[in-house]
Design a protein. Structure first.
Length: 174
């Protein structure tokens, strides 16, 4: 309710961040912390170490079909999210460029020991809702995530998962 009301009363302001901060404070400083709310929990701090992944032929056997299926689903989700936002904002996307970008992003992620990536509607909707107009917003978001991983993981452990869900649901409802 705070997210929806905040958007109506304070359009264009970072209402979601304020709600996240309030929820962390409520869980940390009041008896609500003992009420059994599911929270994000302890996050590993610091940035990943960049190194080539270790590959073993036995590990690859049987994973290739699953990897292609995951990549196909990630591609479909990325293009669907892109087309949805393109239609909403009046621009076009090139599905071949999306495929190339997704492949490059996953290659780069593998060097940082990360999870496979894709463009999804939830994160794209949050970015769009925040007023992002160009891909440069992703650079800012990545920098903020890096700062959070370096300095704020201890504070985020008390963030209720329900608040994260609410931020996403309010962002995609439009």
């Amino acid at each position: 309710m705070l997210l929806i009301a905040g958007e109506k009363i304070f359009p264009g302001r970072p209402v979601a961040i304020i709600v996240v901060i309030i929820s962390i404070l409520m869980i940390s400083l009041t008896p609500l912390g003992e009420a059994g709310f599911n929270t994000v929990g302890i996050l590993p701090s610091g940035l990943p170490h960049f190194q080539l992944p270790s590959l073993n032929i036995r590990d690859v056997d049987g994973v290739i079909p699953l990897a292609f299926a995951c990549f196909l689903l990630a591609y479909i989700e990325s293009v669907s999210a892109g087309k949805t936002l393109a239609e909403k904002n009046g621009y076009e996307i090139d599905a071949r460029q999306e495929l190339l970008a997704l492949g490059a992003a996953n290659l780069a992620t593998s060097l940082g020991q990360g999870y496979p990536v894709s463009g999804g509607l939830s994160q794209s909707a949050v970015n769009d809702k925040a007023g992002a107009k160009t891909p440069v917003s992703l650079l800012f978001a990545s920098a903020i995530i890096a700062l959070c991983l370096l300095f704020l993981t201890g504070l985020l452990k008390n963030l209720p998962t329900v608040i994260l869900a609410c931020v996403v649901l309010v962002a995609i409802r439009d």
